[in-house]
Design a protein around this ligand. Sequence first.
Ligand SMILES: [Zn+2]
Length: 199
Amino acid sequence: MKIAEIAKRTTEFVVYVHDFYGPEGIYPMGATIRTICDATQTLLESVEDWKEIQFDSLDRERVRDIMIHEHGLVFPGEGHQSMFVNHYKCYKCGKTWTDTYECQVDDDCPHCGARHCTPEHSEDCPMRYQVVVGNIGTVTDTNNPVDARRDYGEYKRQSESGYGRAGGETVTLFKDGEIDLEHIGSNDIEDEDGLADNS
Ligand SMILES: [Zn+2]
């Protein structure tokens, strides 16, 4: 596929996703074109050979999940519902995993990519989520993963912007005391290189 064709198809895909998740979308979660582009790029980067990209099979729900997990967007109406921990076993490769959703939904296997694995069982979310920002400490302590991810995304953006109290700080989302997501802030990266800390 030629570069121009890839650019055209990517643009069409971003507009298509925006129709679903943009401010006026079918599922309005406030996704901006910019955020969708970033999330689409993350998705495209997960494709091993870009020449093999099949735009028809690009999955808007994977972009949605990237926006929820990495950009802190919240699916409409789900901010304060109870959550489920779904336990999956892949019908194809037999491996197991768990994931947290608002309902007992099918999931794609993170090991082999098999589509639509059905949860073997589900339980109410007993997890505790904490967001910790380097120099501030714990900023969120909740049992709602959507709230926690939203706050994590918000502080991650502040860290990346370099301004404010969280600027350049490392942001960590803990799930039951274990690291679920982590953004290493530029302050800490520079420390490792021995470039910062002139203060
Ligand atoms: Zn599998």
